[in-house]
Design a protein around this ligand. Structure first.
Ligand code: UDP
Ligand code: MG
Length: 310
């Protein structure tokens, strides 16, 4: 069993998470490795992880800079050796007590067992509204089901990991890709705990960027809807034009309507700019993929003695 733990500035948590994972895996009698992906931390995360590794089988992958959580996860999946892989946050928000349940499901034949938040009562109302809107938009016209409120905390069979690693796309929205690859999956509802140390790495801007990546990689309706909007506006304009022509014939010329003209010009200008902007988002995504740069760079890989002995 490989435990992949992405960590960005988690010096305060890393020793504890390694110790608890090691204890839990030993209790369940699992042959295991703990793979810490140091996502370009500027604090002592890397050193702390290696210190903690004197007792546990720890490998540390140090990425050359901060590439973001999705890429850190991919780096971990790419070098995990286990027959099964667990992804876990470094801040201990996801209680390890659920791991045994997940393992049971896995042993019963599920190839992917993922945690979902039982509720979001602890989050501000605005964030909940944004999340709901995001998942609504994501599911519009999509044939892949992307479970709402799923976490990265999950147990995956080797086949799932290989499928994920074989996908060529670089700018990744992992929650969508887990759904896209399919396999027999089951959800386990969990109660999140508050973060142990430090602060969340995802502010509004980070989440917004992730949402854009998700939407541009899993939907195409924002690109296509403009055909419909354009046809609707054109049809209405033709009707309105007909009505004006008729009115002019019946009641003569009428030079009023300055405000109508200004509103129409501004509104249409705005609508056109929005549609070009949407096009730009998708084009930017194509541009990123075409450049073909790797999603992450591993600067250094170290293994503790316990990991080397395995
Ligand atoms: N993380 C990462 N790279 C980043 C940001 C976050 O590897 O650029 C890791 C972080 O160390 C943690 C996990 O992703 O293990 C989840 O981050 P966080 O707890 O800040 O997110 P939240 O729980 O608030 O959604
Ligand atoms: Mg967290």
């Amino acid at each position: 069993m490989s435990f992949v733990i992405p960590a960005y500035n988690e010096a305060g948590n890393i020793a504890e998470v390694i110790a608890s994972v090691h204890a839990e895996a030993t209790r369940l009698d699992l042959s295991h490795e703990i793979l810490i992906v140091d996502d370009g931390s500027s604090d002592a995360t890397c050193a702390e992880a290696m210190n903690a590794g004197t007792r546990a089988p720890v490998r540390v992958l140090r990425l050359s800079r901060n590439f973001g959580k999705e890429q850190a996860i991919m780096a971990g999946l790419g070098s995990a050796l286990g027959d099964a892989v667990v992804i876990l946050d470094a801040d201990l928000q996801e209680p390890l007590s659920y791991f045994e349940t997940m393992l049971r499901h896995y042993q019963n034949g599920y190839e992917m067992v993922y945690a979902v938040r039982a509720h979001r009562r602890d989050e501000p109302r605005a964030k909940r509204a944004f999340t709901r809107a995001f998942y609504k938009m994501l599911s519009l016209g999509s044939r892949v089901s992307i479970p709402t409120d799923a976490r990265d905390f999950r147990l995956m069979d080797r086949r799932v990991v290989d499928a994920l690693c074989a996908l060529p796309e670089r700018d990744r929205f992992m929650k969508g890709l887990y759904g896209w690859v399919g396999f027999r999956s089951i959800a386990v509802p969990i109660e999140l705990e508050p973060r142990r140390n430090g602060t969340s790495k995802f502010g509004f801007a980070g989440l917004f960027r992730l949402a854009l990546t998700g939407l541009t990689s899993f939907t195409d309706w924002p690109l296509r809807m403009w055909t419909g909007i354009g046809m609707a506006i054109a049809s209405l304009s033709i009707l309105y034009g007909g009505w004006i022509a008729l009115r002019t014939l019946l009641f003569g010329v009428d030079v009023q309507g300055w405000s109508t003209l200004v509103v129409a010009v501004c509104l249409l200008g705005g609508v056109q700019l929005i549609s070009i902007g949407v096009l730009g988002e998708y084009l930017a995504r194509v541009f990123t993929e075409v450049k073909g740069r790797p999603g992450f760079i591993i600067a250094e890989e170290t293994a503790s003695d316990a990991a080397r002995r395995q």
